[in-house]
Structure formats: C-alpha cells, structure tokens
Ligand binder design. Structure first.
Ligand SMILES: *Cc1c(COP(=O)(O)O)cnc(C)c1O
Length: 460
C-alpha cells in the first residue's frame, strides 16, 4: 500500500474550539434518546461533525476583523458596495442582490420567473431548489449525464449536463414552457462532482438558440473552478479568477449560498444581468428579506462574505481543500472501503449497500451505518439513501428506493486537521472490519415530508 500524506494546511491556528470525546456508553444513551436519528443529537455530543459543509466553515482573521467594520446603516451600507464589487469581479453580472441564504435567492428568482406547468432543467436539482420549483407548480427535471450515477466510473466531470437529453427535452416541451435552465456547480446532489467549461458552453449555446436564460446554482463555484484547472485541457495555466469569469460569461445569472464557497456561516445572493428582472427581484426581496443593499443580512455579514469570496479564490487554499477531501477518500479506498469515485469537492460518500450487504434496503443500511459510526467513534455523518429519498407506491404503500444508498462525510472548510481525518478513516476502517455486527433498523415514527429530519427508529 502506498504511503500517503495529508495536505499541509495553508493556515495556522490562533483560536481553538474545544471538542470533547464521549464514551461509548454515553453515546448509546444519546442514540436511544435521539431515536437513532443523528439529526436529533446535540452537537456537543459529537466529536467530529461531518453532517454538512454548509455554514460550518471557519472564518479567517481577515473575515473576523471585517465584522468590526460592519456598517449597519439601513440603506447603502459601505459593506454592500464592497460585496457588490467583489461579486461583479468574480461573477461578471451587473446586479448583486443579497439574501439571507441560498434558498431565499432561489425562492425569489423562481417567484419572478417560474409559473404553473413550467419545467426547469438542471444537472441535478439540490433539495431546496427542487422544492422551490415544485411550490410554483412547475416540474424540476434532472438531466445529468449517465456516468453521474455510476460509483465506479472515473469520468472527470460527472456533474455535466447531458446535452442530447437537454435538446430533446426542449424540443418536446417547447422553450415557452422552460423559463430557465440551471447548472449546479459543483453538482452537490451528485456527489460534489464538477462540470466542465466545455459542457457549460454547450448548454449555453443550446439555451441561446431557444432564447432560454441560463442560471448557475453557484454554491461551490471555486471548488468547481479548481477541478477545471486540474482536469480540463487548456485551463492548467489560467488563474481561478479567470476560470470563474469564463464560466459565468456563459450565463445570465446565478444564485449563491454563501454558506459554502464564501466561507461564512450565513448568507447568500442573486447576481444577474437583466435590468428589468433585477428590478422585479428587488421588489420581491423587500417583502421578505429586506432593503436591496442588505437583503436579510447585517452589514458585518456582507463584509465577511466579500472577504470570504476573495479568499476562496486563493489557489493554495483550494489545493488544500480539494486534496483534504481526496485524502480521506484515499485512506478509505486503500483499505478496501467501498466509496463513490472519483471523490468530489466537499465530501466523501460511502457506498452503504456494498459496505453492509447483509442489511436489506428496507432495513436502511445507510442509516445503520450513520448510527454505527456515531456509536463507535462519535462521528456524525448523514444518510443519503432510502430514508431520505424513498417514495411510496401509491397503491401498495411499498417503499421504492433510490438507486444509490450512500452515507455522506461532508468536510467543513478549514475546520478539521489531517489528524482528524485520519481518526475518521481509522474509525470507518474498523467498522468495515466488523461490519457483520452492524444491524438494520425499523421506523417507529415518521412524517410524510422530509422524514429523515424527524424520523424515529429502533434497531432490529
Ligand atoms: C446549500 C445549497 C443550496 C441552498 O442554500 P442554503 O444557503 O442552504 O439555503 C442550494 N443549492 C445547492 C447546490 C446547495 O448546496
């Protein structure tokens, strides 16, 4: 087995946050009280928290000092103008509209653009994007390439849109029923896999031919740009900024959750070119988020986002970030633990059905793995499988399971060290060696929508 090393962190630590290991006995009690649902576990009882990379970043000294110069004027705060100029430089759109997080940006954009009976194509819609399309009475459509669902294919851009399917779809439904096309970079629901510039360009050409605007779901745009630099021919000598500017030049706008690649704990924005649409969005924004120069955020938050967006473009940061995630994947892969390949930008995904072949789908192997991982090592991960995404047959009530049964280990940005990841890898490898002992679960109580957040289980 070849020896591998974690990437050296391109920062040093000047403030620390205590995390406390718990005993197995303690965790047993916590699990019972939580109904075997890791969403119900108090964060203080978690040692390494890999539930999500959203809003969990560590801010830099530069960002923290920016908080102190927050201008809390109701209108025209100076931090807004800073944010606006940074976003214009990276995204190259004329209008920047802050929102309190990504889903607010989606809701406002779709309220202005999407109506009943419409269709919105995307590579794969993120949950909140999907829900915000559906609530308009429209249908979200996922048109990602086939390789996206194959955990063994090493295709470098598994987030790509299937161009032929997109063309056929537009021909079938007619462009008048498609108010916009979206591309999610990186493709979160498809494992954080990147989309190539070439693919974005092709999607843009198809959209242009039919007069359909193209918007990006841009949450992890910098991680996507780094993959382009490393994997796409012709981009190896471009800067991350040059790559992002080119990406966004092919579209008409973007929605952004600043909780990802803006390296902050809360915030988001919409950026776009169309003046009339921007006017409409600002009016909607005032109803629920606030005046267009703050959009539901404090002036200090706007400053932290502006500074985070500048930092996220730094190549030594991105190299460390992407390699840190890849490092965890490599440790697991070397030990024969089944993972989704190649490893994406923000998380490693365990293939729970291969990890626990003795647990049938209706006993939720992915969920069982999250329970075991917490019990044995105090690590919190999230199931992305049968509990989260099964739907019930209308006649028989029988559960129909999604193709993939995954457990996601999302890595917060700048939070955990190489040694933390080694602890995680060792714990999972140990679990894998003792996988026969892990038991399935049955549902005791569930809600009809988004049941994974509140479901209560018991072990079989
Ligand atoms: C997180 C996320 C969103 C929603 O953003 P929030 O800030 O959580 O509201 C939308 N799309 C993608 C791809 C995301 O990862």
């Amino acid at each position: 087995m070849k020896h591998i090393k974690p990437p050296a962190e391109p920062f040093r630590i000047k403030m620390v946050e205590k995390i406390r290991p718990t005993t197995r006995r303690e965790r047993d009690i916590v699990l019972r009280e939580a109904g075997y649902n890791v969403f119900n576990i108090p964060a203080e009882k978690v040692y390494i928290d890999l539930l999500t990379d959203s809003g969990t970043s560590a801010m830099s000294d530069n960002q923290w000092s920016g908080l102190l110069i927050g201008d809390e004027s109701y209108a025209g705060a100076k931090n807004f103008f800073h944010l606006e100029s940074v976003v214009k430089n990276i995204f190259c759109f004329n209008h920047v509209i802050p929102t309190h997080q990504g889903r607010a940006a989606e809701r406002i954009l779709f309220e202005a653009l999407v109506k009943k009976g419409d269709f919105v194509p995307n590579n794969i819609h993120f949950d909140t994007t999907r829900a915000n399309v559906e609530i308009r009475g429209a249908q979200p459509v996922d048109l990602v390439i086939e390789e996206a669902y194959n955990p063994d294919s090493d295709y470098p851009f598994k987030g790509n849109m299937d161009i032929e399917r997109l063309k056929k779809f537009i021909d079938k439904k007619g462009p008048e029923r498609i108010p916009l096309v979206m591309i999610t970079i990186t493709n979160n629901s498809g494992g954080g896999q990147p989309v190539s510039v070439r693919n974005i360009k092709e999607v843009s050409q198809v959209c242009k031919q039919h007069g359909i605007p193209l918007f990006f779901d841009a949450c992890r745009f910098a991680e996507n740009a780094y993959f382009i630099k490393k994997r796409e021919k012709g981009y190896e000598h471009k800067t991350i900024l040059e790559i992002t500017q080119e990406i966004f030049s092919y579209g008409q706008g973007a929605t952004m959750s600043a909780k990802k690649d803006a390296l902050v704990n809360i915030g988001g924005f919409i950026a776009l070119d169309d003046d009339l649409l921007a006017e409409k969005l600002k009016n909607l924004l005032i109803l629920s988020e606030g005046f267009p120069t703050y959009g539901g955020l404090a002036g200090r938050d706007l400053e932290a986002i502006a500074r985070g967006l500048e930092e996220v473009l730094e190549e030594d940061y991105l190299e460390y970030r992407v390699n840190q995630v890849a490092y965890l994947g490599q440790l697991l892969d070397n030990a024969g633990v089944p993972i989704f390949k190649p490893v994406g930008g923000h998380a490693v995904y365990l293939l729970a059905d291969r990890f626990l072949p003795h647990i049938p789908r209706h006993q939720y192997p992915g969920w069982a793995l999250t329970v075991a991982l917490y019990r044995e090592a105090g690590i919190r991960a999230v199931e992305i499988g049968g509990v989260m995404f099964a739907h019930k047959d209308k006649k028989t009530g029988k559960e129909i399971f999604p193709q993939l049964e995954l457990v996601r280990l999302a890595i917060p940005r700048r939070v955990y060290t190489g040694a933390h990841l080694e602890y995680v890898a060792e714990a999972i490898i140990d679990l894998y060696k003792n996988r026969d002992k892990i038991r399935g679960l049955r549902i005791v109580r569930e809600s009809p929508h988004l049941r994974h957040f509140t479901v209560r289980m018991e072990e079989i």
